[in-house]
Write a protein that binds this ligand. Structure first.
Ligand code: FES
Length: 170
């Protein structure tokens, strides 16, 4: 058992996945290329990436925590603080903006009673702005858990939030 595996890491990663990452990092020339993969796996398991997740990633890949942190803070889909169960990424790039993203933004903020960057009191929703999600054909759009929704109207937002609330309470 390696030093990393013997540490208490189960709250951050499934131990089989941890072992796979350690093995793979030892087999490739530039383990740095795995930073996002490891951070995303930690986020999937833990919900977000705490400081010890950054330190674990660095230990797996033979990097310094600062090198990992540079990537973690650059990539806006990696969360370095707690978020809601459903993170709503609302696109504010040009196609969505010209097709009513402002109205959707206002409606989401009013419906959820939060501003961008905040999480609802019940811990269900976090609302974040995003640059183009790559699904301009369904503008205005949001991404939630890697799924895209659009073209949105206030009514469709209401339906979506109701569905997610139901899923969240199940
Ligand atoms: S501009 Fe919104 S998805 Fe591309």
């Amino acid at each position: 058992m390696t030093t990393i595996e013997s540490q208490t890491t189960s709250h951050l990663l499934d131990q089989h996945i941890l072992a796979d990452f350690i093995q793979h990092a030892g087999e490739i020339e530039h383990p740095r290329e795995m930073i996002i993969d490891v951070l995303r796996a930690i986020q999937l398991h833990h919900g977000w990436v705490p400081d010890d997740g950054v330190e674990l990633t660095a230990a797996i890949l033979g990097l310094t925590p600062v090198e990992v942190e540079e990537i973690a803070t650059f990539y806006d889909k990696i969360f370095r603080r707690p978020v809601g169960r459903f993170v709503i990424h609302l696109c504010d790039s040009v196609c969505c903006w010209t097709r009513g993203a402002d109205e959707i933004a206002a409606h989401l903020q009013k419906t959820l009673n939060i501003e961008f960057g905040q999480t609802t009191a019940d811990g269900l929703f976090t609302l974040l702005p995003s640059c183009c999600l790559g699904c301009c054909g369904i503008a205005p759009a949001v991404m939630i858990k890697q799924q895209f929704y659009g073209p949105l109207t206030p009514e469709k937002v209401d339906e979506l939030i109701a569905t997610l609330r139901q899923e969240g309470s199940a």
